[in-house]
Design a protein. Structure first.
Length: 125
């Protein structure tokens, strides 16, 4: 069971519907059970006995619908967290990257200096 959004733009109104889990709630529903308007707090169920029967058969409820039915007193239990904010991707910091130690340079020898002499300089012998 879940909520199906109906109504105009920026004026939401919802139907309480029974729909298959793998199908969209807006496409094909099995049964219409009631309605809810969050702006006026209007709430109505067509048949409370049918709703309680479905809940007793362990029909899965959406988190928002479950919280709504608990608030209205139709079912008992604890509310669940219906949504969570999006987590922003953490950027990799340079401190988190493993530090690579620079390689030590080999000491220069006199022979290496002689071979790298510039054309203007004469090698010392």
């Amino acid at each position: 069971m879940r909520l199906q959004r109906v109504g105009k733009k920026n004026q939401p109104s919802y139907r309480i519907v029974l729909a298959e889990k793998h199908r969209s709630a807006t496409k094909k529903i099995v049964e219409l059970l009631g309605h809810y308007n969050p702006r006026t707090k209007e709430f109505g169920i067509k048949n409370e006995e049918r709703l309680k029967t479905l809940v007793s058969q362990h029909i899965e409820l959406s988190a928002t619908l479950r919280n709504l039915l608990i608030t209205k007193g139709l079912i008992t239990g604890e509310k669940v967290k219906a949504w969570r904010p999006k987590i922003k991707a953490k950027e990799e910091t340079p401190a988190a990257a493993p530090a690579v130690a620079p390689q030590a340079e080999a000491p220069k020898t006199e022979e290496a200096n002689k071979t790298k002499a510039t054309p203007n300089e004469t090698p010392a012998t």
